[in-house]
Design a protein around this ligand. Structure first.
Ligand code: NCD
Length: 335
């Protein structure tokens, strides 16, 4: 799948430009991304109430389909759906019928037969949520919760919400993403979001072995030396080494990686004094980030997790209303 995928555009938007699936940030305009952030902002308050619920998805069934393990993403999607008053089904694929030889398409047909309204999909294959969105019954929304190396759009949007809360906006910001860019769907979605929202510079800092070929074409500058790369930064986003996706030796050793690319207090001191420290999790202390930095005053890592619920509520409610308005229009046209 190419970095910019025009076929996703019509697939995930209604004819009037509303979201109906959320598969990728490719092709989404700044106005729509801002709308997601503003809607998420309005849901933050719901999480602070004694009764943390709004009725937007009441009577709807959301199925969490995680073909790859996850803690944060799965649980925040579940909480988001529950706070929107949906009925939620969590399917553990490792113990489900797919492990008895049933194909993905057959599993989906069965779930559709149970009148599901939304599938939240995580898959190790890039393009799996897109494939499902192409074949699903009209009216059912598909939300990408991370596919292969391709995209993790809700993660990027919760990161954008966290940056906007702390920096007020994106204009003039210099943001670096550090570490295993090669295997990271998060980095790809973040680069796209930051460019669309008008950040001044998106910089990737990594050894050549952890960068995709032609990385600049994603919309970033490249720095191999972290000491130079930390200069002038407003935000530094650290990534985990995705060893489960690595084939062969891409690194000399974890110790060497930490020495060169780990975020220590010394390296952080080279950035702007108010530089935010971010990480999508799970963090590996002493591998890509020093404990004192992860737990330090510049870290917003746990704010990112909290914001994940509000952003997922926003995307789920927007996609569901896009599906409803498209269905209403289709019925109107038939009549
Ligand atoms: C990331 C993912 O799964 O892509 N984590 C997450 O969603 N919070 C990054 C990772 O696994 O390192």
């Amino acid at each position: 799948m190419t970095a910019h995928d025009p076929s996703s555009h019509s697939l995930q938007l209604t004819s009037s430009g509303q979201l109906k699936h959320f598969l990728t940030l490719d092709g989404l305009e700044r106005a729509l991304l801002t709308d997601i952030l503003d809607t998420a902002d309005s849901f933050i308050e719901v999480g602070e109430r004694t009764i943390k619920k709004v009725p937007l998805l009441r009577g709807k069934t959301v199925v969490n389909l995680f073909f790859e393990s996850s803690t944060r993403t799965r649980s925040t999607f579940e909480l988001a759906a529950k706070r929107l008053s949906a009925d939620v089904l969590n399917l553990d694929i490792s113990t489900s019928a797919t492990s008895k030889g049933e194909s993905l398409s057959d599993t989906l047909l069965n779930l559709e037969a149970m009148a599901s309204d939304m599938f939240v999909v995580r898959h190790s294959q890039s393009g799996a949520p897109h494939f499902i969105a192409e074949s699903v019954t009209p009216g059912v929304a598909i939300i990408n919760a991370g596919d292969g190396r391709h995209a993790h759009p809700t993660q990027a949007m919760l990161d954008m919400l966290t940056i906007r809360q702390h920096k007020g906006g994106f204009e003039g910001l210099k943001v670096a993403i550090v570490g295993d860019i090669l295997h990271s769907r998060v980095a790809r979605s973040q680069i796209r979001a930051l460019n669309a929202l008008g950040a001044e510079e998106v910089r990737v800092i990594a050894p050549g072995t952890l960068l995709p070929r032609d990385v600049e074409s994603l919309g970033c500058t490249v720095e191999y030396d972290m000491i130079r790369g930390m200069r002038d930064l407003d935000v530094v986003i650290m990534l985990r080494l995705q060893k489960e996706r690595m084939e062969g030796a891409l690194l000399p050793s974890e110790r060497e990686f930490y020495r060169l690319y780990g975020l220590s207090q010394d390296k952080l001191a080279l950035a702007r004094p108010d530089c935010l420290v971010m990480h999508p999790g799970p963090i590996n202390r002493g591998v890509e980030i020093e404990s004192a930095v992860a737990d330090g005053p510049q870290s917003v890592i746990l704010n990112q997790v909290t914001n994940g619920i509000a952003v997922r509520m926003a995307v789920m409610s927007m996609a569901m209303s896009g599906q409803v308005s498209e269905r209403t229009q289709a019925v109107g046209e038939q009549g």
